[in-house]
Ligand binder design. Structure first.
Ligand code: CTP
Ligand code: CA
Length: 222
């Protein structure tokens, strides 16, 4: 699959992506995050741009460089900050691709001061509250962009992924096994949409991104 597309199948399309891990503060120095590195999101942002799209990227914590040539990039570290950033930019978009590993819960009783051990040996209680589902909220807009989700699962990958696509009411979802994808430079994806399910062999994340762009372009053209 191409690195340089000719003709460019996403020419002129406005695409917003989320990428990386969110971080939910416990106190000013501690928090809850996950093992997403941002590599898949960056590879996909780069591939969308290479295919001619105007790319906006909202990212959390990443362990990789931002690709060049994007229209707008913005860091939004907590799930709520990412939700707000996405909704500030979503109206103009043709496509939304949710690659970020978003925390499902935030810390309800986060502290503005660093927590101290109180000397009793009793651990502090961390209370959680549910975060908004960014992808589901975008898919539920009155005139949603074409939405692409990801599902990283440890088990029952395809079964959970199919259900996730239907539950979030999105046309396209990329499924993968956590252990073959998250934090790694490679991935093994299955693209699930209303017409077909395509399982690809293990590849680099840039190659996986090109496979996703190719199917996205087909579905947008159809
Ligand atoms: N997602 C999102 N906002 C959230 C949670 C998830 O935008 N608060 C997006 C992710 O970016 C991904 C898709 O939804 O594209 C699926 O995320 P996942 O965590 O696999 O699904 P959940 O619906 O959170 O279900 P669960 O974690 O229980 O499997
Ligand atoms: Ca989740």
């Amino acid at each position: 699959l191409p690195d340089v597309w000719s003709p460019k199948p996403l020419r002129g399309k406005k695409i917003l992506l989320t990428a990386g891990a969110t971080f939910e503060a416990i106190d000013p120095v501690r928090g809850i995050t996950n093992i997403s590195s941002g590599q898949m999101g960056m590879a996909l942002a780069r591939a969308c741009r290479a295919a001619g799209a105007e790319v906006t990227l909202i990212y959390g914590q990443i362990q990789t460089a931002l690709p060049p040539g994007l229209v707008h990039t913005e860091q939004a570290v907590s799930a709520e900050a990412m939700y707000r950033a996405v909704h500030r930019h979503i109206a103009a978009q043709d496509v939304f691709i949710a690659v970020a590993a978003v925390a499902d819960y935030k810390v309800k009783n986060s502290s503005s001061r660093k927590l101290k051990k109180d000397g009793t040996g009793q651990p502090p209680q961390i209370e959680l509250a549910e975060n908004p589902d960014i992808l589901a909220s975008v898919a539920a807009l009155p005139q949603p962009p074409f939405c692409v989700g990801f599902a990283a699962e440890s088990d029952n990958v395809l079964e959970y992924a199919r259900a996730k696509r239907l539950k979030k009411n999105i046309p396209m979802l990329v499924a993968n096994q956590v252990s073959l994808a998250m934090g790694k430079p490679t991935n093994q994806i299955t693209i699930i949409d209303a017409q077909q399910e395509t399982a690809f062999p293990e590849s680099s994340k840039p190659q996986a991104a090109a496979q996703i762009v190719a199917r996205l372009a087909e579905l947008l053209g159809a």
